[in-house]
Design a protein around this ligand. Structure first.
Ligand SMILES: [Zn+2]
Length: 117
């Protein structure tokens, strides 16, 4: 049972599922929902397995070692080699890989773009 999914793992789960961070729940077809569900299990399962038995002082490094896009803006995506990007949304920022998640599209910052319309 999980209480919720925070910023880091939501970035990681969406990357694993190859879903845009701006995709809305109602836009997902059944097949994509299943892919997302499976990604939640695999990403959180890997994180839990990696943390098991580790002292609290090592947990942050263990967590970071598993992150593929979160907090890795400007680094190479470990799956495809594209540059991990960051985009602002509401009061937070998201990291994603354009090639893996948005068909190469660079997402517009949702904080500023509403003022540009
Ligand atoms: Zn990628």
């Amino acid at each position: 049972m999980i209480a919720g999914i925070g910023n880091a793992y939501s970035d990681e789960i969406l990357h694993a599922a190859r879903i845009s961070p701006f995709a809305t729940a109602k836009s997902l077809d059944r097949g994509t929902v299943q892919v997302l569900y499976d990604a939640i299990h695999s990403v959180l399962g890997t994180a839990l397995a990696g943390a098991e038995g580790k002292p609290p002082s090592e947990l942050k490094d263990v967590k970071r070692s598993h992150l593929r896009v979160h907090a890795r803006t400007g680094e190479a995506c470990p799956v495809c080699g594209d540059t991990v990007r960051e985009v602002s949304f509401a009061d937070t920022s998201l990291q994603y890989c354009p090639t893996c998640q948005t068909k190469g599209k660079i997402l517009a910052d949702r904080r500023t773009s509403k003022f540009l319309k």
